[in-house]
Design a protein. Structure first.
Length: 165
């Protein structure tokens, strides 16, 4: 598998697992946040849609890639080109805990200036993601059933990584 699409809400483990697979396989990975936002550290201004779409298409036309993100409105090209589509549907308790711990770690290491309010908003958005966005993602992925893997636990994720590696 040389083209891996990983999608899920905040704190689901997308970036972590992408980095692990990339490091072990040498397949480059791309965070969709870097394409979607003009300034990845502020998350305040979206990239122009034409530029975003062009950058995304360049990535998914490569011979190998790992794409990870939570965006769903413009993923069809990625799903179509992927060898495997990994949908992370992790417990909200676990993903919320991860958001909190990541935000605290990044704040105290100087990587981020996340406020408690922004952490709250991220958790709230993550809960909404499961109820509003995951059903849309499942519907979009439905035509690619033969290459979709749904992960709902760390144990399942470990098995998948072992299978990929």
């Amino acid at each position: 598998m040389k083209k891996i699409y990983i999608i899920g809400g905040p704190g689901s483990g997308k970036t972590f697992i992408s980095k692990v697979i990339s490091k072990k396989t040498g397949i480059p990975f791309f965070e969709l946040d870097n394409i979607f936002w003009k300034d990845i550290f502020k998350y305040s201004q979206k990239e122009d849609q034409l530029i975003r779409d062009k950058n995304f298409k360049e990535i998914v036309s490569r011979s190998s890639w790992i794409v990870e993100g939570s965006y769903y409105k413009w993923i069809d090209e990625g799903f179509k080109n992927a060898d495997i589509i990994v949908i992370l549907n992790i417990s909200k308790i676990i993903s919320s805990f991860r958001v909190i711990t990541r935000s605290i770690r990044e704040r105290y290491s100087g990587e981020s200036k996340a406020s408690f309010y922004s952490i709250y908003k991220m958790i709230k958005w993550g809960i909404g993601y499961d109820y509003k966005i995951l059903p849309i993602i499942y519907k979009k992925a439905d035509k690619y059933k033969n290459k979709v893997v749904i992960i709902s636990s760390s144990k399942e994720l470990s098995k998948l990584v072992y299978r990929i590696l």
